[in-house]
Design a protein around this ligand. Structure first.
Ligand code: OAD
Length: 262
């Protein structure tokens, strides 16, 4: 199957890669539904909600500060790099539609990225909606001294406020229960309609609407190839489902040079 998948990818003029937390697993970023998704004993998915932010913005900001610090120490792996190199080689159009907010596709060098769920390093005002990019993982600043645990300093964060309207700033990510921006969805569907091959990489394919984007391709007869060590609810519905890690399979499929540390 890998030979067939490789041939289809190599012949393609336009590739779309729909990626989830699994593509960053080999970079050390915890996936959502694997172990390690807890923060101060709370399920991260419970903290990534508007309700949690309304109830305790300080705890939610501590969670996101922790995630920014964890991610800032991670490096793009061979899978991220293979996609960026394929795009850079210019042999075909490569668009990444990612559910991840870790910024690793960007850091790997991909330029055509649709960030469905936003980005950990984007800050948005909860009042006027103004957005800015802040790469500093040690932000928001802490009040009081940091504790022994460098990853989760117990000192509470100083709540950030918008310079323009003074409302609370929040992480520029999509929370559970929030809808995705129309613009990103339109970009995702447009890229998927142009693709000859769609790769679905490292996602449990249970969160909508991301999990259904591949259906746009299926409906047009576009080849859909899944890459995941485990089967998922869409494994039976795609053309080829490759069992393996993104770091091993994507460089093979995309014909990239193997990179050290990937
Ligand atoms: P999940 O944690 O739900 O799924 C990760 C998938 O990656 C699983 O299917 C794993 O089998 C697979 N996987 C693990 N290691 C892998 C590897 N080395 N190579 C390839 N695949 C691997 O993460 P997502 O599907 O991304 O939403 O979760 C989707 C959304 O659920 C997230 O974007 C987030 C979460 O709620 C929001 O934040 C709105």
């Amino acid at each position: 199957m890998i030979e067939r998948a490789r041939a289809l990818v190599q012949q393609s003029r336009a590739i779309v890669a729909i990626t989830g937390a699994g593509i960053s697993a080999e970079s050390g970023v915890p996936t959502f539904r694997g172990e390690g998704g807890l923060f101060r004993g709370r399920d991260g998915r419970e903290l990534a909600t508007p309700e949690a932010f309304a109830e305790d913005p300080g705890l939610v900001w501590s969670f996101y500060r922790w995630r920014r610090r964890v991610v800032a120490r991670c490096e793009p792996n061979a899978a991220h790099l293979a996609l960026a190199e394929a795009e850079d080689a210019g042999r075909c159009e490569v668009t990444v539609i990612t559910q991840n907010v870790d910024g690793l596709h960007h850091r790997a060098g991909s330029r055509w990225i649709v960030a469905l769920h936003g980005d950990l390093f984007v800050i948005r005002c909860s009042g006027c909606g103004r957005e800015r990019h802040d790469p500093d993982p040690d932000w928001p600043p802490l009040e009081g001294r940091a504790s022994a645990d460098p990853d989760d300093p117990e000192g509470s964060v100083i709540l950030p406020r918008c310079e323009r309207c003074d409302a609370l700033e929040r992480p520029g990510v999509v929370w559970f229960g929030e809808s995705l921006g129309n613009r990103v969805l339109e970009d995702a569907w447009a890229a998927t309609k142009r693709a000859n091959v769609v790769l679905v990489v490292g996602t449990s394919a249970v969160v909508q609407p991301a999990a259904s984007i591949y259906r746009v391709a299926r409906a047009r007869g576009t080849t859909v190839i899944e890459v995941n060590p485990e089967s998922t609810p869409i494994s039976e519905d795609v053309d080829i489902s490759l069992r393996g890690t993104a770091g091993a399979i994507l460089p093979d499929l995309l014909g990239a040079r193997r990179s050290e540390g990937g």
